[in-house]
Design a binder for this molecule. Structure first.
Ligand code: HEM
Length: 234
């Protein structure tokens, strides 16, 4: 029963909240659909932290698609052996995960120590940062603790279980031998997905394509009152 709860009910609950939450947020709060940039409040730490975090996460995402969504049989058909896959996964995954972690630590520290950024932080900002920290730290721990390629194989356990969820044929039996660090990582990721639509993370789904064709926004100083050129005579 605990198995069903953790590896079927929790994931689906989280994914339903993820989808329904985004629809709800879009209906209710389109003007709040933003990354809430705090660049004006502090720039130096943001630039470094954000750069490391976003590039790191991008490569981590590609790694997850390669390791979890694409089945092992695909690589075997291409002639990529277990060992070759493992070396590629570690060589790409560890630097990407470390970059994301260092970036997140800089952003966390900035939000805590820069007074103006802290004062403008919402509960959602802390929740998003907290979940990201747990997910990334536990992901890296899982990778490091599993460096020995003869240990646990997530491509024959977590991979088919996750693909089963997406195709509505979930089989929690695949999760039976999964080590604790991986379990913490995956459950924290579902916590992140459930809270996602209620935080600034919604900005991931805003593609600023219209920026390319819309007219400019012109920022200029306000004229002093008496010199306002278009003021009507009364
Ligand atoms: C339910 C969704 C997820 C599953 C099933 C999952 C599974 C995994 C697995 C199996 C690994 C080990 C990879 C390896 O050792 O080569 C891993 C590592 C990692 N995961 Fe996830 N993960 C999920 C979501 C996430 C999310 C949302 C993030 C980030 C926000 C994340 C960040 C990481 C990081 C940083 C690592 C370590 C570095 C790396 O291998 O890329 N994961 N994850």
């Amino acid at each position: 029963m605990a198995r069903q709860f953790l590896w079927i009910i929790v994931p689906y609950l989280s994914l339903v909240l993820f989808v329904a939450g985004h629809i709800w947020r879009y209906q209710r709060d389109q003007f709040g659909w933003t990354s809430k940039s705090s660049e004006l409040l502090e720039k130096r730490q943001l630039r470094l932290g954000s750069l490391l975090f976003h590039w790191g996460i991008l490569f981590v995402f590609v790694g997850h698609v390669m390791g979890i969504l694409i089945p092992e049989s695909f690589y075997t058909a291409l002639g990529i052996t277990e060992e070759m896959y493992h070396v590629i996964a570690l060589a790409g995954g560890i630097p990407a995960g470390l970059a994301a972690l260092v970036g997140l630590v800089i952003l966390f520290r900035r939000r805590l120590t820069v007074k103006r950024v802290r004062a403008t932080s919402s509960t959602g900002d802390w929740v998003a940062l907290g979940f990201l920290a747990i997910v990334i730290a536990s992901g890296l721990s899982s990778t490091f603790l599993n460096v020995d390629s003869h240990g646990f194989d997530y491509r024959t356990t977590i991979g088919p279980w996750f693909r089963g969820l997406l195709t509505f044929r979930p089989n929690p039996a695949y999760m039976e031998t999964v080590p604790l660090w991986f379990q913490i990582h995956i459950l924290a990721a579902f916590g992140l997905f459930a809270s996602w639509p209620f935080t600034r993370l919604v900005h991931v789904f805003s593609f600023p394509i219209r920026y390319l064709q819309r007219s400019y926004v012109v920022y200029r100083k306000r004229m002093p009152k008496q010199a306002e050129p278009f003021k009507r005579a009364q």
